[in-house]
Write a protein that binds this ligand. Structure first.
Ligand code: ADP
Ligand code: MG
Length: 682
């Protein structure tokens, strides 16, 4: 017997070349191979006689070879082999292209099983390039439901089929982790059967059942993991906050809070007084004022003699928060410090020292804050801003830091229900469903290249009125895709030829963080009229004087991402606009972008986006903060997800955290899943 952890090279027929091909699919061990699931199936179980073959409908049939195959060399690169076969119902001419090597195996007078479809193009029936197997050979490509695998160059489907078959024959499949009670109640196949059936189902129905089992398992493990995380945190205690007076803080604010902000803060204060760690998500559309809600919590944390940390998804955003929040909080006696990857090693070291010594109260940084070696003196609160970039793995990493700090997660993107259940299954949610007063409706237009002159004139008009504009491009520099606007090139063009008399600035992710900071700061001070940028400005950047956003090649972005980008304008008291440009004439793409022009409802946009693009692309970045699901598809397996969630809840309630052998296997798998998720984040 082999082990799941053995390398694929122990299989017959898998040498260095095949191993490399498998490696390209991230398959290194037998387990990887067994967990390389088909993307679909071809039902080749139907066996008929030659007479019953139907045009264009493939089937298997048993037939005898009636002559020796003859190969004609037609021209360079084209050999045609012809052979005639027959059964008791009729004869059939077979034609093969460039398969001399294969057809040489067909022997006159011998019977084979063929699989193919007759074409009606010829006088009499003819079949092109059927596959065939010897009668008593084990069925690999005929007489079965054939799994169709994701492949890579040089690796054939049959090679994968055979390798998987071998692997299944020489080692045990991954252990059962779903409790029997759960399997029974929800009609779930046992692991053993599911792993065999997913690769070699006896029918299409069985393939479906196997797939459902594996999807169910993924969701079950994930939601059980979330529940355990929640239970673990709920089991911890933390001193209840005694000082919960926010009067001084409110007086320092330049505005009064919206009703939604006050309600959210009220819920948070209740959490903080409870004596158990808070796990809360604040969800609110772009510009709804989430930051102040978080800062209120940070203020109270410091007033209760603990440290608070705010993690932002980008350095730019961290720096911006640092600037505005230190201005607000320093007069209140709160010591704010910045910790990002962009600092010099010395600066970082000093910042860490202050944090460890408790000489700073409120640390603002990127998510390096949790993943690196930063030690806090007494961490009471962690705020994760724009949390979908952080994900579940970071949350679990966090819980390990400090003595069960309170956790506040802020999300701008209203997440569709499936994703919300997955990502926030362990959190209490409150919603900011109200924008601060005086917010501008943003008029959004979709235009083609023929509008270029008008776009430029519009930019100039905004600038003449004393406003500023963003121009967002999908790429940083010149790239293979000539149709794609590159920020560096476009900024140059705008500055040199279109607006020589204006100030055009450039901002993209490949710039050094000090440079980025300077550019952003200058733009915020009004020193540039037009900022050409990539999506680094996507989250949080706040320049109220900017009233126009032009998004080039808008079809290259996700809808939610476009919505986020658009949220950068309309932050002051002047009418604001968003212009989407595209070359793309695909009706679906146009419809998608038009939807964005019609609605500013972030939730509807998110729902639409998930449907169209799937969760991988949902946030317009590869990292949704979710673990990689191998079988499950978040946009269509909602029902299975709900069942799995229900099941995991029931199971955890019934078994609690009891130390059963069944539970141990499950917990081990949960650990793996969350670790893997973390791996993909960094
Ligand atoms: P988001 O929810 O997108 O993070 P922010 O917290 O960045 O929103 O707030 C957006 C802008 O609105 C900021 O300039 C902030 O100072 C301002 N703001 C927040 N709350 C209010 C309020 N109650 N009244 C007026 N302006 C507010
Ligand atoms: Mg924000």
């Amino acid at each position: 017997m082999a082990r799941l952890s053995d390398p694929v090279t122990i299989l017959k027929g898998v040498g260095p070349t095949k191993a490399k091909q498998f490696a390209a699919l991230n398959i290194f061990t037998l387990e990887d191979l067994i967990c390389h699931f088909p993307r679909g199936y071809e039902d080749r179980t139907r066996l008929v006689t030659i007479e019953k073959l139907e045009v264009d409908r493939p089937a298997c049939f048993k037939a005898m070879v009636m002559n020796t195959p003859r190969t004609a060399h037609i021209r360079k690169g084209l050999d045609v082999t012809k052979v005639q076969v027959a059964d008791h119902t009729g004869r059939l001419n077979l034609t093969f292209f460039n398969q001399k090597f294969t057809t040489d195996r067909l022997q006159y007078g011998k019977e084979y099983i063929f699989y193919g479809a007759v074409s009606g193009d010829f006088i009499g029936y003819n079949m092109a390039t059927p596959v065939f197997e010897e009668l008593n050979a084990p069925p690999v490509t005929t007489r079965r439901v054939l799994p169709i695998y994701p492949l890579t160059a040089g690796l054939s489907n049959v090679a994968v089929v055979k390798a998987v078959e071998q692997a299944l024959a020489i080692c045990d499949v991954p252990a059962e982790i779903l409790p029997q009670s759960v399997r029974q109640k929800y009609g779930i196949l046992p692991a053993q059967r599911a792993y065999y059936a997913i690769h070699a189902p006896s029918s299409m129905e069985e393939a479906e059942l196997a797939k459902r089992r594996l999807i169910f398992e993924e969701f079950f493990v994930f939601s059980a993991g979330l529940s355990l995380m929640r239970a673990a945190r709920a089991g911890k205690t933390t001193p209840a906050y005694k000082h919960t007076d926010l009067k001084e803080f409110y007086q320092a604010l330049p505005f009064s809070l919206t009703g939604a902000q006050s309600r959210a803060i009220g819920e948070i204060v209740a959490d903080l007084r409870r004596g158990t760690p808070m796990n809360r998500l604040v969800q609110g559309d772009v510009g709804s004022g989430k930051t102040m809600v978080a800062v209120a919590a940070a203020y109270l944390t410091v007033k209760n003699s603990k440290q608070a940390a705010l993690m932002a998804p980008t350095e730019i955003l961290a720096e911006q928060h640092y600037k505005s929040l230190s201005k607000l909080l320093t007069p209140l006696g709160i010591r704010v410090c910045l910790l990002t990857g962009g600092l010099t090693p010395k600066q970082k070291k000093d910042a860490r020292q202050l944090i460890a010594d408790g000489q700073t109260d409120f640390v603002i940084g990127t998510h390096a804050l949790v993943t690196d070696s930063t030690q806090f003196r007494d961490l009471g609160l962690v705020v994760a801003d724009e949390q979908h970039r952080f994900g579940v793995a970071q949350r679990s990493a966090l819980s390990a830091k400090g003595e069960a700090p309170h956790l506040l997660v802020m999300s701008a993107t209203p997440i569709p229900r499936t994703l919300a259940l997955l990502m926030y299954g362990d959190l209490e949610v409150c919603v900011l469903d109200e924008l601060p007063p005086g917010r501008q409706q943003i008029d959004t237009f979709l235009v083609g290249e023929s509008y270029r002159a008008r776009i430029n004139a519009f930019i100039r008009k905004q600038v003449d009125m004393g406003h500023q504009c963003y121009v967002v491009c999908p790429a940083v520099g010149e790239n293979g895709d000539l149709d794609l606007k590159a920020a560096t090139v476009w900024a140059e063009t705008l500055q040199q030829t279109v607006f020589p008399d204006l100030q055009v600035a450039l901002l993209h992710g490949q710039m050094k963080s000090t440079e980025k900071e300077q550019v952003m700061a200058a733009f915020a001070r009004g020193e540039a009229d037009v900022l050409v940028a990539t999506t680094v400005i996507e989250v949080g950047v706040d320049v109220p004087n900017a009233t126009l956003m032009v998004i080039e090649d808008a079809d290259r972005f996700g809808l939610s991402q476009l919505h986020q980008l658009r949220g950068r304008v309309g932050r002051g008291d002047s009418k604001s606009y968003c212009i989407l440009t595209t070359h793309n004439k695909n009706p679906e793409t146009v419809a998608r972008l038009k939807a964005l022009c019609k609605t500013t409802d972030g939730f509807r946009i998110a729902q639409e986006d998930l449907k169209l693009r799937g969760p991988g692309d949902f946030f317009g970045s590869r990292q949704s903060g979710l673990p990689v699901f191998r079988v499950a598809n978040l946009s269509c397996d909602l029902q299975t997800l709900q069942q799995a969630q229900q099941a995991s809840k029931e199971w955890i309630e019934a078994e609690g955290t009891a130390d059963t052998p069944e539970g141990a296997a499950l917990r081990a798998r949960i650990g793996q899943l969350f670790l893997r998720a973390q791996g993909t984040m960094n």
